[in-house]
Ligand binder design. Structure first.
Ligand code: 5GP
Length: 217
């Protein structure tokens, strides 16, 4: 029988990885397989790519609108990536929490570290980095995708190298080999499962009163 009285954490699952590492495909599969995961839709000043839908893939904002949202403190974090701005609306996390779901964020490294540095209580963040098999594969995937100009592609590859250097700040890493999406998805499901069962201070706080124990002692 499902446990109904123990505290359930609200996880803010942050997934990063270089452009072309296959993050979106992995996250898509994760959300389809687990309806208690809710994807946080970011805001961006980037122009929509072919097939991208406003409010589903991103909230597409003008630079002026984005800057206004920064001033109004609407973002949990935001960062510049290439020539554009990207940010996580606080409302996305609040909505997921209200629906009793864990949030899943696909964001770059600077924003991830900003989240890691924050106390999100009663939520808790986990940082997962998706590693591509090699930089050559990354370049091949980006060229095949054909969504960037040559100079944007070079910029993304340079950013990829600087991002992989930041892996030390993440809690977990997952490899996403060629044709290995299923394996990467399973690995992340295992991590999420373990994190949902983590015994933390908040759990103890909710258990003690049930046992008649004073948590001060
Ligand atoms: P793309 O233009 O390929 O959709 O995204 C470029 C980079 O921005 C990716 O690394 C993506 O994960 C990151 N990104 C997307 N949304 C956000 C966000 O809300 N905050 C931050 N910091 N990065 C984001």
């Amino acid at each position: 029988m499902a446990n109904t009285y123990l505290y359930k954490p609200h996880l803010v699952i942050v997934i990063s990885g270089p452009s072309g590492s296959g993050k979106s495909t992995v996250i898509d599969a994760l959300c389809k397989a687990d309806e208690t995961l809710q994807l946080s839709v970011s805001a961006t000043t980037r122009k929509p790519r072919r097939g991208e839908v406003a409010g589903v893939d991103y909230h597409f904002l003008s630079k002026t609108e984005f800057e206004k949202s920064i001033r109004q403190d609407h973002f949990l974090e935001w960062a510049a990536y290439g020539d554009n701005l990207y940010g996580t609306p606080k409302s996305e996390i609040a909505d997921a929490r209200e629906a009793g779901k864990d949030s899943i964020l696909e964001i770059e490294v600077k924003g991830s570290l900003e989240i890691r540095a924050q106390d999100l209580a009663p939520a808790r963040s986990i940082l997962i980095f998706i590693v591509p098999p090699s930089f050559a594969t990354l370049e091949k995937r980006l060229r095949r995708r054909d969504t960037e100009s040559e100079s944007e592609l070079k910029q993304r590859l340079d950013i990829a190298k600087s991002e992989v250097r930041e892996i030390q700040h993440y809690n977990y890493w997952v490899s996403n080999p060629q044709g290995g999406v299923k394996q990467a998805v399973q690995q992340i499901q295992t991590i999420i499962g373990a994190e949902r069962s983590r015994v933390d201070a908040k759990l103890i706080e909710t258990i003690n009163p049930l046992l008649g124990v004073d948590s001060e002692n």
